[in-house]
Design a protein around this ligand. Structure first.
Ligand SMILES: [Zn+2]
Length: 530
């Protein structure tokens, strides 16, 4: 007797091949047969006439390290068909750490008192996640920034050779503990302190262990070609497979930057360097407000940063920063920058900094720095967003066969302990928006190829062969949706609306969505590389 029989579906196997009509048989969490299975006996049979059936979506780049430890249901993701999340990106992971307090600095979405931080090593962190009821499977990368901080604390300097060796040891140990890859965030502190030759040594550990190296490159505007060039050369020198994260250039890059980056990548690939990349399917960019502070002003933790921001002379030096992370800031384009997340000033969320400045009768730059001070201990989680990606760049990236689609966000829920959190504007709708906007409305890709970017392609980058594909023997991670209806409903004013058009979602054979509604069952588990 089968557990579940899905009948009459339009089956997209995830490889990009044309769909076929047929049935899927599921038992003990796995797909045991695919084809014409009329008459097979199952505890539950569901007719999928008119619906598209895909492998469950794999989100190759998220920052749910802390939020999944707080609420494992991953409601925002499950409602749009995600069955696996890859956390620990851009250099930030929840382990390895020296003390529970370290998580506050290194974990996006951190909130005091929400999680009992009972881990130190990477393996212990995964054990903690394992005890959660998880709505999605989780593959976790270990972050370079977190490893750097575990060795050097808040010191504002690069590692010396001995410290670099300690960092390499921690990376190796984290992979032993189950890390699926290594990530860096070279545009952020403390990633920005590392030199390319140090990164190549660390990347070499990932290469030796056969895990993927994912990087948020050092620069994606004025010096985008140095940023992408560094990623390519460190991966080549370190002998690792490379994933360039959220590749779209930012405001300030020349209009040919995306094509130039693709050319650089293709040239290196033609000589054997294994490179792929991904994009956020949205022209809104988001980041931490604190990322605009010059490096020297970020040293020493919240108390030290607050003291600098309160001292008028030091604040003036901070504002004179000639190269803030966002060139929108140095260009004074405050009407394009919107406050996205604040715990202390939730009434200002959704307003532009031009408006916030006017409301507070102060310069928008000062308003941003004031909000940082007011946010206190949660300073690093004050987030802003701007419509600063080019739609043409995104389409050009998507039209390349190596480009996966990612959220770059946090798994959240509009109720429960995470209800006030927001990770990005597309957090509740990224996969739905990709299938709606780029596939259905604009035809940048066929549906079969679009689904490959959410399934077989990310699985292959991770080295996972039994997920992200509809085939006999694979885990039954399956998303069933209405290809004509799937849609995102998020915008700046209401970023917490669930996507619609998803009918059923199975994770390891367990229904997390049934007939368009979330069940109370969570079928996810932690995936370990070793
Ligand atoms: Zn990033």
């Amino acid at each position: 007797m089968l557990d579940t029989l899905l009948t009459n579906g339009t089956l997209y196997d995830g490889t990009g091949a044309d769909p076929v009509h047929g049935d899927i048989a599921i038992k003990d969490g796995r797909i045991v047969d695919i084809g014409r299975l009329a008459g097979a006996e199952a505890k539950r049979t569901i007719d999928l006439k008119g619906l598209a059936v895909s492998p469950g979506f794999i989100d190759l780049h998220t920052h749910s390290d802390f939020t999944l430890a707080a609420d494992g249901r991953a409601q925002s993701q499950v409602h749009q068909g995600v069955t696996t999340e890859v956390i620990g990106q851009c250099g930030f992971s929840c382990a390895p750490i020296n003390s529970a307090a370290d998580v506050a600095i290194m974990a996006p979405g951190f909130t005091e008192g929400m999680v009992d931080v009972d881990w130190r090593s990477f393996g212990e962190y995964l054990d903690h996640l394992d005890k959660m009821s998880l709505g999605v499977n989780v593959a976790a990368f270990v972050g370079h920034g977190t490893i750097h901080r575990a060795v050097l604390g808040d010191a504002l300097r690069p590692a010396d050779d001995n410290e670099l060796d300690t960092m390499k040891g921690l990376l190796d140990e984290s992979i032993d503990g189950g890390a699926y890859g290594f990530s860096s965030g070279l545009e952020y502190w403390p990633g920005s302190l590392a030199s390319p030759d140090q990164m190549a040594e660390l990347v070499g550990v990932a290469g030796k262990r056969g895990v993927l190296y994912a990087t948020h490159v050092r620069n994606r505007d004025l010096f985008y070609d140095i940023g992408f060039g560094e990623a390519i050369s460190t991966a080549r020198a370190g002998g690792a497979r490379l994933q360039i994260s959220h590749i779209q250039p930012k405001h300030g890059a020349p209009p040919y930057a995306m094509q130039h980056a693709i050319n650089m990548i293709n040239e290196a690939k033609s000589h054997g360097v294994d490179i792929a990349y991904d994009v956020i399917p949205h022209d809104w960019s988001h980041t931490r407000v604190s990322a605009i502070l010059p490096q020297w002003a970020q040293e020493g933790g919240v108390a030290a940063v607050t003291a600098r921001l309160k001292d008028p002379a030091t604040r003036a030096r901070i504002k004179a920063n000639r190269k803030p992370m966002w060139r929108l800031v140095s260009d004074g384009l405050w009407h394009k920058i919107v406050l996205m997340q604040s715990t202390v000033n939730p009434d200002l969320v959704g307003l532009t900094f031009e408006d916030i400045g006017a409301r507070r009768k102060t310069d928008p730059y000062d308003a941003a720095l004031d909000l940082l001070v007011e946010e206190g201990n949660q300073m690093s989680h004050l987030m802003w967003t701007s419509q600063s990606f080019s739609e043409a760049d995104i389409r050009l990236a998507i039209s390349q066969p190596d480009c996966a689609i990612i959220s770059d966000t946090l798994a959240l829920a509009p109720e429960g302990c995470l209800k006030h959190h927001i990770g990005s504007l597309s957090g509740y709708g990224w996969a739905a928006r990709f299938l709606q906007h780029y596939v259905r409305d604009h035809g940048v890709l066929t549906l079969a190829e679009g689904l490959r970017r959410l399934t077989v392609l990310p699985a292959a980058r991770l080295g996972i062969r039994d997920r992200g594909i509809l085939k006999k023997g694979a885990w039954a991670d399956i998303t069933v949706f209405d290809a004509d209806q799937i849609a995102s409903h998020c915008d700046v004013a209401e970023p917490r609306r669930f996507a619609t058009g998803i009918a059923h979602v199975l994770v390891n054979g367990v229904f997390s969505m049934l007939d368009g509604a979330r069940t109370t069952d969570d079928g996810g588990c932690v995936l370990r590389s070793h």
